[in-house]
Design a protein. Structure first.
Length: 173
């Protein structure tokens, strides 16, 4: 029998040790799903229709299917930092650790920053298909409402030089 609280604390502490500013346990019902996230991807992202993790790519499941699939997870962690690549690295490493701890369906999500220039932008296949993961918003999760639910910092930014808050997640069965 697993000590769920101890596992949750272990993964939170690991995220903080790797450089996360916050690591917050959640249950799936605490995530805010909103299909409008897709139109923000569609009409706000230069990678629309190109990137491996893009919801528009051929063969991707629908937002409804994502929500149904994610509903099978018992809990997870929201990981916050001010660096997108760091967040992705933390989330993926936690996925790996959770897998080896016996959570064989562990799955991470983050904005993909594996390559400086996504191979999908030039029509090439993903260079790291085993590590690339979708972002929250690309599967229908409203990260603004979700982060605010946990009193985590997130605001719209007017200028690119402003400090951005990046969020990733680890989903655990």
């Amino acid at each position: 029998m697993r000590d769920l609280g101890a596992d949750q604390e272990k993964f939170c502490q690991a995220a903080l040790k790797m450089g996360a500013l916050h690591a917050q346990v959640f249950t799936i019902d605490e995530l805010v799903f909103d299909p409008r996230t897709l139109i923000k991807c569609m009409f706000g992202c230069n990678d629309w229709g190109k990137g491996h993790t893009c919801p528009s790519r051929a063969g991707n499941i629908s937002l409804k299917e994502w929500q149904e699939t994610l509903s099978f997870y018992r809990w997870g962690l929201i990981i916050h930092s001010n660096q997108a690549k760091l967040n992705q690295d933390i989330a993926y490493e936690l996925e790996r650790q959770a897998f080896f701890a016996g959570y064989y369906f562990a799955f991470s999500m983050s904005d993909c920053k594996l390559c400086a220039d996504c191979a999908g932008n030039s029509g090439e296949p993903c260079r790291f298909p085993k590590k690339a993961r979708p972002a929250f918003h690309s599967v229908g999760i409203d990260i603004f409402a979700t982060a605010r639910h946990f009193n985590l910092p997130i605001e719209t930014l007017e200028h690119e030089e402003e400090q951005q808050n990046w969020y990733a997640a680890l989903f655990v069965e």
